[in-house]
Write a protein that binds this ligand. Structure first.
Ligand SMILES: *Cc1c(COP(=O)(O)O)cnc(C)c1O
Length: 393
């Protein structure tokens, strides 16, 4: 049996070149960067170097790169940090209905603390409407947080236009770029981005390490208090191996960006075409270059996403029915509901995300394996039975 991993949006392996650079920082190069001897200078220099690599990939200054304990922490810090530092100016935050839970649940928490949050609607492909954004801004708005690219359906938002609107209205713009980095070009200057979140483990780096880019001059409160690390903005002895790892991973991703995008897009479109041959199947999210190169998300009517995943697992295929964070709960994906799918259809979704290790053989294996599974599951489905008897009602 083949083993086909198609859940790169949930997490990736660590590339061998990345691991190799990390290893010495667990053993001989273990000095605390805040101390004053040779091995400490070594680790301090390694951190500086990683910061530079990330700054180069984002087109910002090294001093604007802050290391965090992952993507969720970066999102929490950006939103809570701005909310608390600017509460004298206002208490209004704008985000969207399709954000990752690291953003959504942070906003819900702030609502309980007295902040007001506007959750923008999206259209049937998952895009926000720029006029909706303009209309939502009030003189109390302090922050706009809109994800770069959606982790479930791959929609890439008009980031530069959003940045332009925020800049004109003098409002901070944060974007969760965890899914975008290594998959689409990012330039924080050109796109008018004030804050941007990244995570190591979605881009062939280690888990438990992330980055928040904070444009110079932005007033933001700390999330983690303690020692003076990260220029006194994020306390805690540095995760040096993790920092070295995310630096290397993002450098590699950036160097290979164009060829990676091209290869992923070809595999993606082949997989989409193959799956859409199955009757009563629809693609969720946009097509073309407004969709993440490695993202496929389809709905098969009349069946449950979970039963598809179980059958796929049996054939050696790892996929997801939405985001890893919501699987295990019976609620359909908030993203699929936001693009207007009724509950019943949102349940029959399958997300397959491609990455560096994916091959054309993997894609063809999936295209061969899925149709008989869908047919078998439909034959057991009372919804399908009903549909055959009565047709659309
Ligand atoms: C994975 C993910 C996160 C969370 O990052 P962690 O490093 O797992 O905390 C945040 N936002 C998006 C869009 C993600 O895909």
């Amino acid at each position: 049996m083949r083993n086909v991993y198609m859940d790169y949006a949930a997490t990736t392996y660590v590339k061998p070149e990345v691991l190799e650079e990390m290893l010495p920082y667990f053993t001989e190069k273990f000095g605390n960067p805040s101390s004053f001897y040779g091995i400490s200078r070594t680790t301090k220099m390694a951190i500086d170097e990683a910061r530079l690599k990330i700054a180069k990939a984002l087109n910002c200054k090294a001093e604007e790169v802050y290391f965090t304990g992952g993507g969720s922490e970066a999102d929490n810090w950006a939103i809570k940090g701005i909310a608390s530092a600017h509460k004298n100016k206002g208490n209004h935050i704008i985000t969207t209905k399709v954000e990752h839970h690291a953003v959504l649940h942070t906003c819900e928490y702030l609502e309980k603390q007295g902040y007001e949050v506007t959750y923008l609607d999206v259209d049937k492909e998952g895009f926000i409407n720029l006029d909706d954004l303009k209309n939502a801004i009030t003189d109390k708005t302090i922050l706009v947080s809109i994800m770069f690219a959606n982790n479930e359906i791959g929609t890439i938002q008009p980031i530069k236009e959003i940045g332009e609107i925020c800049k004109q209205r003098n409002i901070y713009f944060h974007t969760d770029a965890v899914q975008a980095v290594g998959n689409v070009p990012i330039d924080v200057k050109e796109m008018n981005i004030d804050m941007l979140s990244l995570a190591g483990h979605k881009v062939y780096g280690p888990k438990g390490i992330g980055v928040l880019y904070i444009r110079q001059g932005i007033k933001i409160d700390n999330l983690i208090h303690g020692g003076g690390q990260e220029r006194s903005r994020r306390a805690g002895t540095e995760n040096i191996a993790g920092i070295v790892g995310i630096g290397k991973a993002i450098e590699l991703a950036n160097d290979n960006l164009e060829s990676h995008m091209k290869r992923m897009t070809e595999l993606r479109d082949r997989l989409i075409d193959g799956l859409l041959k199955i009757p009563y199947t629809r693609l969720n999210g946009p097509t073309g270059d407004k969709r993440l190169p490695g993202n496929v998300n389809v709905c098969f009517r009349f069946i449950e996403g979970e039963s598809i995943l179980l059958s796929l697992d049996f054939e050696g295929i790892c996929g997801s029915s939405g985001s890893a964070c919501t699987s295990g709960s019976l609620d359909p994906s908030h993203v699929l509901l936001a693009i207007g799918l009724p509950h019943e259809r949102a349940h029959g979704s399958l997300r397959l995300t491609l990455g560096e290790g994916s091959t054309i053989e993997d894609v063809d294996y999936v295209i061969e394996t899925v149709p008989p599974i869908i047919e078998r599951l439909r034959n057991m489905s009372p919804l399908w039975d009903d549909f055959l008897k009565k047709g659309e009602n």
